[in-house]
Design a protein around this ligand. Structure first.
Ligand code: CAA
Ligand code: NDP
Length: 291
């Protein structure tokens, strides 16, 4: 029975997962190596809840109740009492593996572990823990409070009891689940990320500029965001990391990351989170295309 959820990584996904868990009545411990990140995540949760109150979607008292359920911790030891720990740190296998190695001995033996990874092998991550049978992928979509889907991925060792508890947990957050096999980038990103990468190739080859590509896909294919806006929203570092996992894991040149994506990441232009990507967000009014 899950009562307390630990979250490792207080970025855009960790903060969103904390929000939906707290609103659904779970106690949350939100951990990051950076105190600033945790503080910023709490502010964002508060702002999101304010927006919902303003639209009469939730009662003002729920905001305070939800925020009071979120505790923060700068040490992995603060997650020791959690029944489920969801890792939502940067999309980097070495980093995630270290987190799982470090946290495993600190948890209760019956605690479940999950990763919100967008692409990395659940079986390999599970192997870094002391409990591969109690480990699985639970892949939320961005923005977490809005998107309906949670992708569930079993590693080779995940047992039925773990899968059922985590699936029930996702349903209790009012999410709809889809089950994916443990192959690079699972379902959503196996399909979505090559489309985004192709949009970047379309820009790289001069077929269209940023505005034309986004307008074409928004109005020509009814996508809520153009692919370059979406890439900036996801984070260009995350997009590149996912393409690299697809390229390495499936050994097919059709997944090669566009050199322009690599260049933006090398420049530190990671999209919204750094203020600049395919658009420059640093001006108050509207984002300005960078190409
Ligand atoms: C990379 C991975 O591993 C997997 C992924 O997540 S891939 C990314 C998946 N996500 C997408 O594809 C998102 C595509 N974009 C969209 O669906 C829409 O643009 C959007 C839902 C983000 C915004 O929709 P919109 O109609 O343009 O904006 P807006 O009307 O202002 O917002 C709709 C709702 O979302 C909320 N919202 C918007 N952005 C938000 C955010 N960043 N955080 C929380 N809530 C947000 C708004 O408050 C609003 O809520 P209400 O319905 O309660 O009023
Ligand atoms: N962005 C998206 O649209 C989606 C992302 N995901 C996945 O969710 C995960 C997080 O992505 P996202 O939130 O966008 O990324 P962010 O860059 O917004 O956040 C990652 C957070 O993890 C922190 N972090 C880094 N190392 C550690 C560590 N050792 N221990 C604790 N925290 C750490 C980072 O801190 P610092 O910045 O200081 O390094 C940062 O606060 C990734 O696996 C990603 O693939 C899944 C679905 C959608």
């Amino acid at each position: 029975m899950i009562k307390q959820v630990g979250i490792v990584g207080a970025g855009q996904m960790g903060g969103g997962i904390a929000q939906v868990c707290a609103v659904s009545g779970f106690k949350v411990v939100l951990h990051d190596i950076s105190a600033d990140r945790v503080e910023a995540a709490l502010h964002l949760v508060g702002d999101n809840l304010d927006r919902q109150i303003a639209k009469n979607r939730i009662d003002a008292s729920l905001r305070e109740e939800a925020l009071a359920r979120i505790h923060t911790g700068l040490s992995l030891g603060d997650l020791a009492d959690c029944d489920l720990v969801i890792e939502a740190a940067t999309e980097d296998e070495t980093l995630k593996t270290k987190i799982f190695k470090d946290i495993s001995p600190l948890l209760k033996p019956e605690a479940l572990l999950a990763s919100n990874t967008s692409s990395i092998s659940i079986t390999r991550l599970a192997a870094a823990t002391d409990r591969p049978e109690k480990f699985m992928g639970v892949h939320f979509m961005n923005p977490v409070p809005v998107m309906q889907l949670v992708e569930l991925i079993r590693g080779i060792a995940t047992d039925d009891a773990t899968f059922e508890v985590v699936q029930q947990f996702a349903v209790s957050l009012n999410k709809t689940t889809a089950i994916a096999e443990d192959f690079p980038a699972f379902i959503v990103n196996r399909i979505l990320m090559p489309m985004i990468n192709e949009a970047i190739y379309t820009l790289y080859e001069g077929v269209g500029n940023v505005e034309a590509i986004d307008t074409a896909m928004r109005l020509g294919a009814n996508h809520p965001m153009g692919p370059l806006t979406l890439a900036d929203f996801i984070g260009l570092d995350t997009c590149l990391a996912i393409m690299q996992v697809l390229y390495d894991g499936l050994a097919d040149s059709k997944y090669r990351p566009c050199p322009l994506l690599v260049k933006y990441v090398e420049a530190g232009w990671l999209g919204r989170k750094t203020g600049r990507g395919f658009y420059d967000y640093r001006r108050e009014d509207s984002p300005v295309p960078t190409r």
